[in-house]
Design a protein around this ligand. Sequence first.
Ligand code: ATP
Ligand code: MG
Length: 251
Amino acid sequence: MSALLEVREVSHRFGGLHVLKGVSFTVEAGSVTGLIGPNGAGKSTLFNIISGFLTPSVGRIVLLGEDATRLGIQHRSRMGLQRTFQTPQVFRDLTVRENLVAGCHRHGRTGVLEAFLGLPQVRREMRDAAIVADAAIERFDLGPYRDVPAGELPAGRQRMVELARAVVAEPKLLCLDEPSSGLSTAEVQILMQVLRRLNEEGMTILLVSHDMELMEITSKMHALCFGEIIASGSLDAMRASPRVREAYLGT
Ligand SMILES: Nc1ncnc2c1ncn2[C@@H]1O[C@H](COP(=O)(O)OP(=O)(O)OP(=O)(O)O)[C@@H](O)[C@H]1O
Ligand SMILES: [Mg+2]
């Protein structure tokens, strides 16, 4: 396996607060890699740095072998990186289906002028996006909500819409920040099935979560505590690690 993502010696400060301190790890192509850590460990900050919402004070982000540290969010998206947020971000006024059609946009080859002229290529892309969106509605069990504005859905369903929107862009690397938070037990089961299936189909996944049940789908995990990786290994190794137990339980 080769590294799809390399986080190299990343440090970050918010003013005087040293949030990340020389974090390094890799996400291998084809893996589901987990990142755990107590509240405030720096997980979401690291996600923001990986996806381009923040530039690290020090260090490098290497995406598909290319130094992406200073590349913008859109550029990384076109390279094949999609992410979701700890608080789900959906287009609240658009229906579920419209959210998913919008998510297909990364594949669009045509621009504003072509759209204005209504060229056949544009009509074809719109039709393809609608087909992909409808398939995602089935897959993510969103049928009953298809024509409902996403902002009106319960939190768990909004999370599914956000995930589906990231998936229809067919990312090579899908980064999920606490995807099971706010989901019912049944929804978590669906989420795990969907993520397993996406991974079998070749999608690489980086997963931040406190949910150890969800972490069963990971092949390797890293534990972050006060901005430093304190342990790496399998889920069982994490559970057995005195450092991880101490970070979580304070014992
Ligand atoms: N924009 C910001 N400005 C200042 N401090 C910030 C900012 N964002 C995060 N922090 C601080 O950085 C630290 C790490 O926050 P971060 O959100 O990355 O942690 P986390 O591991 O994702 O935590 P949680 O499990 O609660 O989501 C916290 O102390 C937080 O208060
Ligand atoms: Mg967080």
